[in-house]
Write a new protein. Structure first.
Length: 369
């Protein structure tokens, strides 16, 4: 299997994130991708390749031009304002209650702030999404990783894996959040629709609901979105991801959320996977984009589910058994010692290779939050 990977992800190197008002060591760090790349390099069934540049147009096909502009300007603006921070996050967000009792135009027609922190709130979801000096370049590179993975599959590969970092599924059309800046999976799905005219399915197996992916395709009938995730009443993003969210307009019935209670283990998770795969199989199309997260792992510090490494191999096998081509893109996964082995297990399952536990995992142990 070909693995698309670039060192440019290292430019996004936060050391701290904010959780419930307090600084904590960052979870979404360069070491995540390095561990996975090292594990796959040590397994002779994988070939690492560099991404090619695809420009801004595929991003603008799913994202607001203002979000692209903000992310390009965010760090230079923070430096020009001499904020004296190693990262930029907002402390003020335009929440709906601010405009309660006012006309709709008050919430939709306010001018974008000039201040760097105000702009971060305008284009952001949460305070745990730090922007650093290299965030924009790394995020653009992650999109190129995703699109190069699409190119490989459209070019004849049955399956290919894009080691995207930063991840993407929390990024909405006009909003960054949840460690995500551009929605890699959404950009990939849109590119496939544009190139083939076919319907596309996105299978999201990150532990958190992909609120951004859902929002982008909410009224679209050509992209089916299925997500397995921990119950949003218990975990981020809290306000989207419930089972009654099924799409509207042309997208009615094209959104399937399968929220799972905290602690869900292998057996129940595999049953939910089967439900999602049955829904995909009932729809036309030859390609599935997989938003692949390993934060469902039993020891993940911000997860909440209890999936094991052998189950990842079986999940990969069942997804491949659909008989559709697979564009597999990395999302979350924050228990660093397990990342390499979990990635190997899932991807070996997807290409029909046996699960052979190795000694590829490395990294420091992170206590469960």
């Amino acid at each position: 299997m070909k693995v698309v990977h670039t060192d440019r992800h290292r430019g996004h190197a936060p050391t701290v994130e904010t959780y419930l008002g307090l600084p904590e060591p960052a979870n979404e760090v360069p070491q995540r991708a390095e561990i996975i790349a090292a594990a796959l390099t040590a397994d002779d069934g994988f070939e690492l390749v560099e991404p090619t540049s695809h420009g801004e147009a595929p991003i603008l096909a799913v994202h607001d031009a203002g979000l692209l502009r903000f992310l390009a300007e965010a760090w230079p603006a923070a430096e020009s304002q001499r904020l004296k921070r190693d990262f930029l996050v907002a402390d003020t967000y335009p929440v709906r209650a601010m405009f309660e009792g006012m006309s709709d135009s008050m919430a939709t027609a306010r001018p974008e702030p000039i201040d760097a922190g105000g702009r971060a709130g305008w284009w952001g979801l949460d305070s745990g999404n730090p922007i650093t000096a290299g965030t924009y370049d790394a995020s653009r590179a992650a999109v190129d990783v995703a699109l190069t993975t699409v190119d490989l599959v459209l070019g004849g590969e049955t399956a290919a894996y894009g080691l995207c970092r930063p991840p993407g599924h929390h990024a909405a059309r006009a909003m960054a959040g949840g460690y995500c800046f551009f929605n890699n999976a959404a950009v990939a799905a849109e590119a496939i629709v544009a190139a083939t005219g076919e319907r596309v399915a996105i299978l999201d197996v990150d532990v958190h609901h992909g609120n951004g992916t859902q929002q982008i395709f909410w009224r679209r009938g050509d992209v089916f979105y299925a997500s397995l995730h921990v119950d949003p009443r218990q975990r981020y993003p809290f306000f989207l991801g419930h089972s009654d969210e099924t799409g509207e307009g042309a997208g009615a019935g094209e959104n399937l959320n399968l929220p799972l209670p905290e602690g869900t283990g292998d057996e129940a998770y595999l049953a939910a996977i089967d439900r999602a795969l049955e829904a995909i199989a009932a729809r036309p199309g030859s390609i599935v984009v997989v938003s692949l997260g390993f934060d469902t792992y039993e020891l993940d510090p911000i997860g909440g589910l209890s999936v094991t490494t052998p189950a990842y191999h079986e999940i990969g096998r069942r997804v491949a058994a659909l008989g559709r081509r697979l564009v597999i893109l990395q999302e979350g996964g924050y228990h660093r010692p397990s990342l390499g082995e979990n990635a190997r297990a899932w991807l070996r399952g997807a290409v029909g290779r046996p699960f052979e536990p190795g000694s590829w995992a490395s990294g420091d142990t992170i206590a469960r939050r």
